[in-house]
Design a protein around this ligand. Structure first.
Ligand code: SF4
Length: 594
């Protein structure tokens, strides 16, 4: 479709209205699994549904952090429409078919990223077969793919803000306040073969204050999806609004930490500083885990960051001498070390394959990235995602590799470039990428040990802070060091007994932990540590046999959908408490929003 036709189609799609308004029955679904295997629909073994293991700790074996995250975009839509809406997250193909056969949905929405295009195509075909009158709506990053309308049989492709589109489509108030789902940020967590558990008191709630990022780096698909450079959407404009939402989530989930899913949270300075004021006034000892660009971070004092409870930052390092404005004039190594000295865990993000990278300089580039010694380190290939300026540059130059040669399912940033790189060819980028992960792991050791070290530093620095609110947060964060984390370090010391350097580092860390927490920790560490060591051994054996992990399928209804279901059951004179299950699926639970 040429750009003019595309614009007209998109205008027409923006203006369609549901004849049933808020009575429209909606199903929202993520793409079907299983995910961590190679299959005809585009699942890839190296692209599992585990964010950290996929692109941060993938070379750390049994030490890799394994965790699943919900499809938050679909949850936000469900929480912000009045129409009955069911959400199916991580279904199998059979579960998806059962759901669309069972219920007479008017609209079926699918959220996906571009590598999942084969799955979305299959789901559209299934909907046409099983529920031919349903309107098919597709959104998320996949909407940026320029030929998407020719590949999948959908009625509407929603680009950008799905909440606004659905509200308009249903005839509901587009500008009504944004409700926020009350949900934990991750589930199914596992490290060293041990299930971390999903206790609300120990897991951060998700918080989405804004989407998009006005900085507009040329490769950034998230920024591009919401308008690119200069654009973003604030769900909560002010610190007061944000504070109210956070208070409600904290009360509902009994949590005290937030994973702030906002591309550049601290960039919204006025809102962040007002939030700080309110946290101080109301004595909130919350922890905030945020994404932030380096220059923005530098514009805050350490007192402000500590006061805001910033305990963890995902920060783009991109690459030595890269020319991104957000990094200009910032010594990222010094910044990372300074923040970590204050207990702020850094997840540094580096790119392999920038324009000037070549086989001769890539070793030094990797060494520079690794020398940051951040708690976590993400490495991604410089990928030209449709919708981004980088993609446009390659499209105009004719250097995008056609999908007949390189399927979209493989363009996930952990395998190969999707364009012809001027200096790196023949698939060498995969070797460089894996080398970066390996070197970071070999030199800096398991991320878990780095995290424990930074937590300890933070606590030692702030345990006597005059402000009780600050002291409390550090005390809460450091609590596991007295037992389980100390045990993990004990197990790591044993694990590395044939690696003099890392064994020495683990021994020194353990000594520091004992010195900080005393004899109970000294007794507990070896006792629990033996269990952790055996568990790590078993996990390594499972991984060597090819074990992968998949998320459970989740099925949730909003209040209107639950009311509809209750009414149907009452009509059928089925006791409501015995709501039937679809075979193999969990019973629906009410989605919670505040
Ligand atoms: S600063 Fe980060 S989030 Fe913002 S555009 Fe650049 S890469 Fe994307």
């Amino acid at each position: 479709m040429n750009p003019v036709d595309q614009h007209e189609a998109s205008m027409a799609q923006n203006n369609i209205r549901s004849p049933k308004g808020s009575q429209t029955r909606i199903l929202l679904s993520s793409v079907f699994g299983p995910y961590a295997r190679d299959d005809e629909y585009g699942s890839r073994r190296i692209n599992p549904m585990e964010l950290y293991h996929n692109q941060v700790t993938r070379a750390q074996g049994g030490f890799s952090l394994r965790m699943f995250h919900r499809t938050f975009g679909l949850m936000m839509i469900q929480a912000n429409i009045e129409a009955p809406c069911t959400l199916l997250d991580f279904p199998s193909q059979e579960r998806f078919i059962a759901e669309i056969r069972e219920t007479d949905y008017d609209v079926i929405g699918i959220g996906a990223i571009i590598p999942n295009v084969g799955k979305v195509k299959k789901m559209c075909e299934l909907i046409r077969q099983c529920r031919p009158h349903a309107l098919i709506v597709v959104g998320g990053h996949i909407a940026a793919k320029d030929d998407i309308s020719q590949i999948i049989d959908a009625d509407v492709i929603v680009r950008g803000d799905g909440i606004r589109w659905f509200r308009r489509f249903l005839g509901e108030a587009e500008d009504a306040a944004i409700g926020h789902p009350a949900v934990l940020s991750g589930f199914g967590g596992r490290i060293m073969g041990i299930n971390i558990g999903d206790r609300p008191s120990g897991t951060a709630a998700i918080l989405i204050p804004s989407v998009g990022c006005p900085v507009g780096c040329n490769f950034c698909s998230t920024s591009a999806l919401f308008g690119g450079k200069g654009n973003f959407i604030n769900f909560y404009e002010t610190g007061d609004e944000l504070f109210a939402v956070m208070s409600r989530i904290a009360a509902k989930l009994k949590t005290r930490s937030f994973f702030v899913l906002d591309e550049n949270f601290l960039l919204h300075r006025k809102r962040a500083l007002r939030l700080l004021e309110l946290m101080e006034t109301h004595q909130k000892s919350w922890s905030l885990y945020v994404f932030s660009s380096a220059r923005v971070l530098e514009s805050y004092t350490i007192e402000q960051l500590t006061g805001l409870g910033i305990g963890w930052v995902w920060m783009g390092l991109e690459g030595e001498n890269s020319d991104y404005q957000k990094l200009r004039g910032v010594d990222t190594r010094r910044l990372a070390q300074r923040l970590q000295a204050h207990g702020i865990r850094i997840l540094g993000s580096s790119i392999i394959g920038l324009e000037d990278h070549n086989p001769e300089n890539i070793g030094a580039i990797i060494d520079h990235a690794v020398s940051h010694n951040t708690v976590f380190h993400q490495f991604m290939l410089y990928t030209a995602n449709p919708g981004t300026p980088l993609y446009e540059t390659h499209r105009r130059a004719g250097t995008i590799i056609p999908e007949t040669e390189f399927p979209a399912a493989d363009a996930h940033g952990q395998y190969r470039f999707n364009y012809r790189h001027k200096n790196i060819q023949n698939g060498d980028e995969e070797r460089f990428l894996l080398e970066a992960f390996r070197r970071d792991f070999e030199i800096n050791g398991p991320s878990l040990a780095r995290l424990i070290e930074v937590l300890l530093k933070g606590w030692l620095r702030y345990k006597k802070h005059p402000d009780k609110r600050i002291r409390n947060r550090f005390a809460w964060e450091v609590f596991p060091l007295r037992s389980t984390y100390a045990a993990a370090v004990w197990a790591m010391k044993k694990w590395y007994r044939n690696n003099e350097r890392l064994a020495g580092e683990m021994a020194a860390l353990l000594t520091d932990i004992y010195a900080a927490f005393g004899w109970i920790t000294r007794i507990a560490a070896p006792l629990i540590g033996r269990f952790a060591y055996r568990s790590l051994q078993k996990e390594e054996a499972r991984l060597a046999e090819g074990r992968t992990y998949e998320p459970v399928s989740i099925y949730e209804k909003n209040a209107a959908a639950l009311a509809l279901e209750s009414a149907a059951l009452a009509r059928a004179k089925v006791p409501i408490l015995e709501a039937p299950r679809i075979s193999g699926s969990p019973a629906p639970v009410a989605s919670q929003s505040v």
